[in-house]
Design a protein around this ligand. Structure first.
Ligand code: URA
Length: 432
């Protein structure tokens, strides 16, 4: 077999065989197939697409390209959730304790922030003492103790995806449906959970801009998961507006604590309860209405909050910070961003809002950057709200005085104010 022939075959619109896809992934990981071959093949896939069978083969070849996590000691209640990425998306921090308080086993690997989107691992790192780099032994111990552990991706998990993702990032081949679906699902399959619930986002802050594109991606991923013997479902949610009000690492932990204490913004609560109900229903084989009642009860009766505290302590975090969120360091500058005119906020470009938070210090602009855990944005108004000129729309939190002007400019670019109230868009578009 020759990689040249495989590239040509795909370029000319043909379907690759399982053996050809396996040959490509194996060769790319062992170095016999070069970056330029892989880049050409990704571009051919970008234009020609892949059949369902090819996408499933690519996913499996990537999932098996390195180590896999064996969660079989925890039985069939292991569950994972994955978000395709967004701004203000702190759902794992709330969904995992709700599901674990009801007996699900959430042994999870999560990522760091990417571009304008935040990452769960960075958020957890803002809790004093919390260890996101547990050894495999300590990871399993934490899961046994509390039913939850969340760590950064370690070891040699899906090396094919690591290489391909980095390559796609610089060759304009990220936004290809089969490549995204196989990238995400290979990691989920390798991470070993029996139930996989996907939060597929659409809108200005998401990879998929329209609900229809998000649905196509969700259907593809659900098919792959089911074909691989995992309980899989997808909740398609709105990322045309940041989720909740707080953006930035410790600010998001504080908002998650509010929700776990029965307060916090309704949009965030709604998405978290929808995801948690899917996990509980699929992993425990109970009907969705019962799962909805159980998850809501767990949030309202404080069991989820207790589970959250147990989890944070088990990974070395200081639970006093959870009881007293005022202990989290606070940024020295709180800059008010005001409406430049009166009307209704008719649109928020969520990607730009994420970038504004990054400029304030909440994310990395280069790999080497250190995050300012207290930096970010607290929204005071969101899409659909009426504003008068001079009203505070948001408060920028930062320790870097020179970032204020740029962050405020980017934030204001993201906000459209119009005379008429916009139509509200559903928070949950579909569940698949
Ligand atoms: N997230 C991933 O893990 N992979 C992609 O290709 C896109 C988003």
């Amino acid at each position: 077999m020759r990689i040249y022939d495989i590239i040509k075959k795909k370029r000319d619109g043909n379907e690759l065989s399982t053996a050809e896809i396996e040959f490509f992934i194996k060769g790319y990981v062992d170095g016999s197939i070069k970056d330029y071959h892989a880049a050409a093949l990704c571009m051919a896939i970008f234009y020609v697409g892949m059949t369902e069978r090819e996408t499933a083969d690519l996913t499996l070849a990537m999932a098996n390209s390195g180590d896999t996590v064996d969660l079989s000691q925890f039985g069939s209640l292991t569950a994972d959730k994955h978000s395709t990425g967004g701004v203000g998306d702190k759902t794992t921090l709330i969904v995992a304790p709700i599901a674990a308080s009801l007996g699900c086993i959430m042994a999870k690997m999560s990522g760091r922030g990417l571009g304008h989107t935040g990452g769960t691992i960075d958020k957890l790192d803002s809790i004093k003492g919390f260890n996101t780099q547990l050894s495999p032994k300590d990871f399993f111990e934490a899961v046994k103790k509390t039913g939850i552990a969340v760590v950064g991706q370690s070891g040699n998990l899906t090396p094919a995806d690591k290489q391909l993702y980095a390559l796609r990032d610089v060759t304009a081949t990220v936004d290809s449906l089969p490549l995204i679906a196989s990238s995400i699902m290979s990691k989920k399959l390798a991470a070993g959970a029996h139930t996989i619930v996907l939060d597929v986002k659409h809108g200005s802050g998401a990879f998929m801009k329209t609900p229809e594109d998000a649905e196509a991606l969700a259907r593809e991923m659900v098919k792959i998961g089911k074909n691989c013997g995992r309980n899989t479902s997808a909740v398609i949610t709105n990322m045309d507006i940041p989720l909740g009000n707080n953006i930035g690492n410790s600010l998001e932990i504080k908002e998650a604590i509010e929700v776990l204490k029965g307060q916090g913004p309704e949009d965030l609560k709604t998405v978290c309860l929808a995801l948690a109900a899917q996990i509980v229903s699929l992993s425990k084989s109970i009907d969705i209405e019962t799962a909805k009642t159980l998850t809501r009860d767990s949030l309202e009766n404080g069991k989820a909050f207790l589970k959250f505290k147990e989890w944070i302590s088990a990974q070395g975090g200081n639970s006093q910070w959870i009881d007293n969120p005022q202990l989290f360091p606070v940024a020295s500058i709180h800059h008010e961003i005001k409406a430049s005119q009166s009307g209704f906020i008719s649109h928020m470009d969520t990607e730009k809002i994420g970038i504004s938070a990054v400029i304030a210090g909440a994310g990395r602009e280069t790999k080497a950057d250190t995050i300012d855990m207290s930096a970010g944005i607290v929204l005071k108004k969101k899409t659909g709200d009426s504003v008068n000129e001079g009203d505070i729309i948001a408060i920028l939190h930062t320790n870097n005085k020179i970032s204020v002007e740029g962050a405020e400019k980017k934030f204001l670019e993201a906000i459209t104010i119009s005379p008429n109230k916009p139509e509200s868009k559903p928070l949950i578009y579909k569940i698949i």
